[in-house]
Design a protein around this ligand. Structure first.
Ligand code: AHR
Length: 497
């Protein structure tokens, strides 16, 4: 008989909130994320506003995307914003040198991106070009967007159809400055950062959130140098990029997105679970320099990175998305929730048609991935009070290795409803959980579940609802306790009220 896991939902501290920005998204000029994704050919028979694809917009409206990062990624450090404003036909073209050498026609620029953000009701998060741009170029972009005085920049914005300032507050100063953003040493980057940040001005009604381009994976030295060299009042946030590769290796095959066996499944989860220790490591360094936790840690690129789908352009990073991706997403969001004292934001890479996407398209066809459904489930945590959990997970073992089968997080929303998100990574065994909630008074429990027959199952354009959310009936109230039968390989979110 299965052992019963004792789980306690502990009282929270009303001041500690799960920032909605943990559920942020990322849209780079890469493959078919923007062109052929959000921004389509006028002749494509889909609902559109201008060239913005509205079925995608509607799907993303439903999950309340809190912020959208743009235009990159590596692309950001090659991008010259001024080429992407003004009459479309007059915009110069450029080569997208990082991603497939495609010809970028700059038809999707700043105004188009901000229109998309407005449709989504989301906070724009821009990445300024530090690698191949100038301080002047960045500060002009800020003035163009945020000032309301009669300067040449503002006059140009008005001429381009936007009389009022846009009030863009989130600014990344460079991207992966240790790599595609300029191959800088941390000491060199922090000097460059301070120079850029000095000319990144607030404007009336827009207080900037200046964001430092942070570490690659577990590079502690990068974080340490940033925290040591940059005054706290010059940075609102510091980023971290951490991807999950099934094989764990950047050279050779990264592993398949579908059609994998249990060993590859296990390895992927083991690699994804490293996020917890990596976040803890950077958070501990930040604590040394910023004990009041003023600086946000933003994991502004994360997700599963596999080999591309056979027959697709290797520079486009197009991959399928299985139940395994959903389990990684649920697990990762639980990790972020459980570090919400420091992690105030994160961005899945990427929203449409790239890496661990929420939405895939094939011409006019579109599907929502299993990962999308996890974000749908988890939106109840947005800006809710964090509730710590206590439990000991049984192991899921394969060969000589093991990982915890269960991970979870919980929060209380402003109406007093408690939400518990649970992930069972074991593909074979259900978990029996008995939950105590001291101090919570509740009458009913409801829930939704995401699961499928196989961890490698996925949605196709022919069967887009192969994996979808269903009502969950495995939770019962017994006195003041909650009994949960958590199916194998599942993500469940419960609501108690
Ligand atoms: O998300 C794809 C790429 O991964 C981004 O452009 C870059 O920042 C990272 O290396």
């Amino acid at each position: 008989s299965a052992q019963t896991i004792q789980l306690t939902v502990q009282p929270g501290d009303p001041k500690l909130v799960v920032s909605k920005h943990i559920q942020g998204q990322f849209a780079e000029h890469l493959g078919r994320c923007i062109y052929g994704g959000f921004w389509v050919d006028p002749s494509l028979p889909v609902p559109k506003q201008g060239r913005i694809r509205m079925d995608i917009v509607q799907a993303l409206q439903k999950i309340h995307v809190p912020n959208l990062r743009w235009p990159g990624g590596c692309f950001a450090d090659t991008y010259h914003w001024h080429d992407g404003v003004g009459p479309t036909a007059q915009r110069p073209k450029m080569l997208n040198l990082w991603w497939g050498n495609t010809l970028e026609d700059n038809s999707f620029g700043t105004h188009e991106f901000l229109e998309l953000c407005q449709l989504l009701g989301t906070e724009p998060y821009l990445a300024a070009n530090v690698g191949s741009g100038t301080v002047q170029e960045m500060s002009n972009w800020m003035e163009y967007l945020n000032s309301n005085e009669d300067t040449p920049m503002v006059l140009e914005r008005r001429k381009n159809g936007h009389p009022e300032p846009y009030h863009v507050s989130w600014w990344g100063i460079g991207n992966e400055s240790w790599g595609c953003g300029g191959n800088m040493t941390p000491d060199y980057y922090t000097s460059v950062y301070k120079r850029y940040a000095t000319f990144a001005h607030d404007y009336p009604g827009t207080k900037l959130r200046r964001i430092v381009s942070g570490a690659n994976g577990d590079d502690a030295n990068w974080t340490e140098t940033c925290m040591k060299n940059i005054p706290l009042n010059q940075m609102w946030g510091l980023t971290l990029h951490q991807y999950t590769l099934p094989t764990g290796s950047w050279s050779g095959s990264k592993g398949k997105a579908t059609g994998f066996g249990e060993q590859e499944y296990f390895n992927t989860l083991r690699n994804a679970l490293k996020m917890d220790a990596i976040v803890a490591k950077h958070a501990a360094i930040m604590d040394k320099y910023d004990k009041d936790k003023k600086v946000a840690l933003l994991v502004d690129e994360w997700g599963v990175w596999t080999d591309v789908e056979p027959g697709t352009n290797p520079g486009f990073l197009y991959q399928q998305n299985s139940l395994r991706d959903a389990l990684v997403a649920g697990t990762t969001l639980n990790i972020f929730n459980n570090h919400c004292d420091r992690v105030k934001g994160a961005n899945l890479a990427q929203a449409v048609n790239v890496l661990q996407a929420l939405v895939l398209t094939d011409k006019e066809k579109m599907l929502l991935t299993p990962t999308y459904h996890v974000f749908d489930l988890y939106q109840v945590h947005q800006d809710a009070e964090y509730l710590p959990l206590q439990f000991a997970s049984p192991d899921y073992g394969l060969g000589s290795e093991k990982i915890p089968a269960l991970n979870a997080s919980a929060s209380k929303d402003k109406n007093g409803a408690v939400h518990i998100s649970l992930v069972n990574l074991d593909p074979h065994k259900a978990l029996t959980i008995e939950t105590a909630l001291p101090g919570v008074s509740w009458k009913t429990v409801t829930g939704r579940v995401l699961t499928s027959a196989n961890v490698s199952d996925y949605n196709t354009f022919e069967k887009p609802d192969n994996i979808k959310l269903a009502a969950f009936t495995g939770a019962k109230k017994h006195g003041d306790k909650l009994a949960i039968a958590l199916p194998p390989k599942s993500v469940v979110v419960l609501e108690l009220k």
